[in-house]
Design a protein around this ligand. Structure first.
Ligand SMILES: *[C@@H]1O[C@H](CO)[C@@H](O)[C@H](O)[C@H]1NC(C)=O
Ligand SMILES: *[C@@H]1O[C@H](CO)[C@@H](O)[C@H](O)[C@H]1NC(C)=O
Ligand SMILES: *[C@@H]1O[C@H](CO)[C@@H](O)[C@H](O)[C@H]1NC(C)=O
Ligand SMILES: *[C@@H]1O[C@H](CO)[C@@H](O)[C@H](O)[C@H]1NC(C)=O
Ligand SMILES: *[C@@H]1O[C@H](CO)[C@@H](O)[C@H](O)[C@H]1NC(C)=O
Ligand SMILES: *[C@@H]1O[C@H](CO)[C@@H](O)[C@H](O)[C@H]1NC(C)=O
Ligand SMILES: *[C@@H]1O[C@H](CO)[C@@H](O)[C@H](O)[C@H]1NC(C)=O
Length: 501
């Protein structure tokens, strides 16, 4: 698996332009919607300061604080779109020999309005940036490459205790531990994957001004502390009802229903997979076997480089990376575990279903399509996937071709490699069946894609995918799921429903 720095945590300097354009667009649209000046709109909306306060220790602070200041002090004219403002603030700039990046149609006014060259704003911005830098250095975090991602790199995953009440209790009547009595064939769930597996999601209500209120931002602190991943709703480790649209269905919930001993035995270690796969918290002798979902989905062919094809994982690299990871798993998983490799998705689905639709930011004025968004991100070299999010059909085809080759490598590994402590299976990413299933339910294909980034699978796609994966496992590899536990009712009677988590 590729060392996929998550798209969202690319270095700050590459993130500033699009974040700036996004924030300014939202502010401008708010003013438009409330028929007020930008300044008045911001004063009326009391949630903005709260956000700023919360984001004090985050990169957004630089943008929000500076922008609010600049916008308020200069009362930006509405004729100027967000591209112009961000260029004026020098948050967006055109490097020599590079194209000029813009989200909106090129503006009628000059790119560099003279009044914004006034030094106050620039000085303030520089001050903010250096204090942020100092703050990060002070706390010993890496500034370069990992900006804004201030997790302790040595304790990456937030691992759950795998213990549950059930595993500790003893039946008072006969002194036999409950676990011995009730629990056979228990399994834990482990996900190794990328940001799609952790369920990356930016709520569209944060940028849809027509529906915006303080309530739209209620989930903001939590969303940012989880770095915009929502594993609690994801297709593998989800355990709470979705609050981000769709519904929750997960391998964990299904396994737990099948055998109530599988309670709370889940690990969401999906971010930045290569590091995390080396911190699997499983005790080979004491723990129950695990079902490991090894999901690559798109990281290996997705990058934002200009020469994207040259930066994709080759089949040879894929073979070596995956076999290495599997060897590691073999030395850490309890005997009797299972590994399911899932193939890469065919990302042409994204362009085909979204390119001429309006992005949430473009809905108010019907002025930003996904095609425009993709080109903007691509121009800034922060596209989550240059190979698929492009008008160039040849390139989209070539990207899919590579994805297919890599899936075939996985398929071949599952067919030919043998491991001591687990058996191994391969399945295609169930996109086709998911789309089919959703169509039957009366849905549209675009609803299967995250509206804000136009890239990740949506909550609906995740939940439908779970059902499809589960059915396939039940049919073809029932040993992976284990037997239904005949003591389920008894367990529930004694321990009550402790909630999924
Ligand atoms: C917006 O404000 C302007 C000036 O205050 C006013 O003329 C106009 O009627 C207002 N429009 C709406 C839709 O309220
Ligand atoms: C990170 O975690 C490790 C292990 O728990 C600890 O030893 C180290 O001090 C932590 N570093 C920081 C910067 O918190
Ligand atoms: C998963 O990780 C997030 C943070 O990344 C954490 O808040 C959460 O409690 C973890 N566990 C589960 C089961 O989601
Ligand atoms: C979701 O909510 C329903 C009722 O609203 C409840 O029956 C169900 O157990 C909940 N599911 C989860 C995973 O919490
Ligand atoms: C891309 O692939 C599709 C499906 O295989 C094919 O119909 C189309 O002609 C290809 N387009 C280009 C430009 O290669
Ligand atoms: C489309 O992509 C292919 C492959 O990268 C490239 O050779 C071709 O020049 C591109 N076409 C256009 C119009 O940019
Ligand atoms: C794992 O268990 C199987 C039987 O369930 C046994 O045949 C095999 O030798 C065990 N492997 C190891 C490494 O203990």
């Amino acid at each position: 698996m590729k060392t996929g720095i998550q798209w969202y945590f690319l270095p700050l300097n590459t993130q500033l332009p699009w974040r700036c354009v996004l924030v300014v667009s939202v502010i401008e649209q708010l003013a438009q919607w409330h028929n007020s000046t930008v300044k008045a709109a911001m004063e009326r909306l009391d949630f903005i300061p709260k956000i700023t306060l919360f984001l004090k220790q985050r990169c957004f602070r630089v943008i929000l604080v500076c922008l609010s200041l600049c916008i308020i002090s200069f009362s930006i004219d509405r004729e100027m779109n967000a591209d112009v403002v961000c260029h004026a603030l020098r948050l967006c700039k055109q490097d020599p020999g590079q194209p000029l990046c813009h989200l909106y149609s090129p503006p009628k006014v000059s790119w560099f309005p003279t009044f914004l060259k006034t030094t106050d704003c620039g000085r303030y911005f520089k001050m903010e940036l250096s204090s942020l830098k100092a703050f990060i250095t002070l706390r010993g975090y890496h500034w370069r490459g990992r900006d804004c991602n201030d997790k302790n790199t040595t304790v990456y995953p937030v691992l759950l205790p795998t213990l549950s009440l059930l595993q500790q209790g003893v039946d008072p009547k006969d002194g036999i531990p409950y676990e011995e009595k009730f629990c056979k064939d228990s399994k834990g769930v482990v996900l190794l994957g990328d940001s799609a597996g952790a369920h990356f999601h930016i709520p569209p209500e944060w940028m849809t001004v027509t529906q915006m209120s303080a309530k739209s931002f209620a989930n903001l602190p939590m969303a940012f502390s989880d770095e915009l991943d929502w594993p609690q709703f994801s297709e593998i480790t989800g355990f709470l009802n979705s609050t981000i649209g769709g519904w929750t269905d997960s391998l964990y919930l299904r396994l737990r229903k099948r055998n109530r001993c599988n309670h709370r035995d889940l690990q969401n270690i999906s971010q930045n997979a290569p590091y995390l796969s080396f911190s699997l918290a499983r005790n080979q002798l004491l723990d129950n076997p695990a079902i490991v979902i090894y999901a690559t989905i798109g990281n290996d062919v997705c990058n934002g480089e200009r020469d994207t094809l040259a930066h994709m994982t080759t089949p040879k690299e894929m073979l070596s990376n995956v076999v290495q990871a599997l060897r590691y798993l073999d030395s850490h998983l309890p005997n009797g575990s299972h590994v399911i490799l899932t193939g890469l998705v065919d990302g042409r689905f994204l362009w085909d279903n979204l390119h001429d639709r309006y992005h949430p930011l473009g809905q108010l004025n019907k002025d930003i399509t996904y095609s425009q968004l993709y080109s903007f991100l691509d121009c800034l070299q922060v596209s989550p996937c240059s190979g698929w999010l492009t008008p160039n059909e040849t390139l989209r085809n070539l990207t899919s071709e590579r994805a297919l080759q890599l899936s075939n490598v996985l398929k071949e590994i599952a067919r030919s490699e043998k491991f001591a402590n687990f058996d191994i299976f391969y399945m295609d990413f169930p996109l086709r069946q998911t789309a089919e299933e959703w169509r039957k339910m009366g849905g549209e294909p675009w609803q299967l894609i995250e509206p804000v980034d136009g890239f990740h699978p949506s909550q609906i796609a995740a939940a439908l995918g779970t059902a499809i994966t589960w059915q396939k496992a039940l049919r073809e590899w029932p040993q992976v799921l284990g037997k239904e536990n005949p003591f389920n009712d008894q367990i529930e009677a004694i321990f009550k429903d402790q909630g999924g988590y």
